[in-house]
Ligand binder design. Structure first.
Ligand code: PMP
Length: 361
């Protein structure tokens, strides 16, 4: 079979060496005679695996000791509920900055649990979509926390700088940007990410939380969503998604082997630049997002003549370039180019875009 490059937004492609290693040890993991997915999560072999995975993630992201790393269930949307349940005491409020569809969904879910102030930070004047500067995000000094989404997977908007709001803890949904570039964890109260983009398969969710934010959960918080319960039990209060955790560990090992986050960050910048440059130099394709805020993970683009969309997708697929259809909310195309997407995949995509343009001008 010829090579397929999968541009899906998530579950997304995983690094080939990771898949090959998983295949090789699928039935007999480390001479246990069992698959890793058949082992008790409390066995000493599995506990060693989880400790190593956490150590690797801590090193890759430079996570300080006063942060807990939790390996949870429930995906990004699970955290949309878990965050207010754990961090929003009754009678207080939280601020939610909206820059696209995922931050909007997070705010909507949080409103089920307490008082939420929604701050619209999108500026859409003159046909260009941009993000308002941080000093226009009217965050209240007494908010329990402020939530934002540094990379909007659907809209293709990424905020690279990190805001600061006078001691108000910052909570960030990093589902589609975690591990793609260096971030200063100390600027955040809490970071969460569903695994299915840059970490591993779906089913696992990572939460990185500063210790002083633990222990404030509402009494009616379900036990499997309670961060303190998870932290006190090494993320094993209930049976964790063990196979996804194992694969995440392999992804961290792979990332380390290619030079860590700083190395992948460079490749990611080059991959995104290749597509944006091509789009900007062509009137056949469009992208209306302010260049400062263009996502390096999810690159949306639109064909000026939308009647060609189906032909574009069909012909791309025939060349092994799959899952390029944009999210139904925004239409057009979207190339999700997470860490596992090799540079050659993006080169092949841009060559195809050029060929398609030439054939349809
Ligand atoms: N937040 C972001 C930024 C996402 O991209 C997604 C999923 N694509 C979610 C939250 C929701 O994640 P899940 O489907 O794991 O609940």
């Amino acid at each position: 079979m010829s090579v397929v490059y999968n541009f899906c937004a998530g579950p997304a492609m995983l690094p080939t060496p990771v898949m090959a290693k998983a295949q090789q040890e699928f039935i007999n993991w480390q001479n246990t005679g069992c698959s890793v997915m058949e082992l008790s999560h409390r066995s000493k072999e599995f506990m060693a695996l989880t400790a190593k995975a956490e150590e690797r993630l801590r090193q890759l992201m430079h996570i300080p000791d006063n942060y807990k790393v939790l390996f949870c269930h429930g995906g990004g949307r699970g955290q949309f509920s878990a965050v207010p349940l754990n961090l929003l005491p009754q009678g207080q409020h939280a601020d939610y900055v909206v820059t696209g569809s995922w931050s909007e969904a997070a705010a909507k879910e949080a409103a089920n649990f307490g008082k939420i102030n929604v701050i619209n930070a999108i500026d859409e004047s003159e046909g260009i979509k941009s993000v308002k500067p941080f000093n226009e995000w009217q965050v209240s000094s007494d908010a329990a926390y402020v939530h934002y989404c540094p990379n909007e997977t659907v809209d293709g908007i990424e905020i690279f700088d990190i805001p600061e709001f006078d001691g108000v803890p910052i909570v960030a949904d990093m589902s589609s940007t975690i591990l793609s570039h260096h971030i200063d964890v100390t600027k955040f109260g809490l970071i969460y990410a569903g695994a299915q983009k840059n970490i591993g398969p779906s089913g696992l969710t990572i939460v990185i939380v500063r210790e002083d934010l633990l222990g404030k959960a509402r009494v009616d918080t379900p036990c499997i969503m309670n961060y303190k319960t998870a932290a006190d039990n090494d993320s094993m209060y209930n049976t964790p998604p063990t196979y996804a955790w194992y694969l995440a560990g392999l992804v961290f090992e792979w990332l380390e082997s290619i030079g860590g986050v700083s190395a992948v960050e460079k490749v990611n910048a080059d991959k995104a630049a290749l597509i944006y440059q091509y789009v900007d130099n062509s009137s056949f394709y469009l992208n209306n997002i302010d260049s400062q805020f263009r996502s390096r993970m999810n690159v949306p683009f639109w064909l000026a003549d939308e009647s060609l969309n189906d032909a574009f997708l069909e012909q791309a697929e025939a060349e092994g370039l799959v899952a390029l259809k944009g999210h139904r909310i925004v239409g057009g195309m979207r190339a999700s180019i997470y860490n596992a997407m090799p540079f050659e995949g993006v080169q092949k995509l841009v060559a195809f875009m050029k060929k398609f343009e030439e054939g349809n001008r």
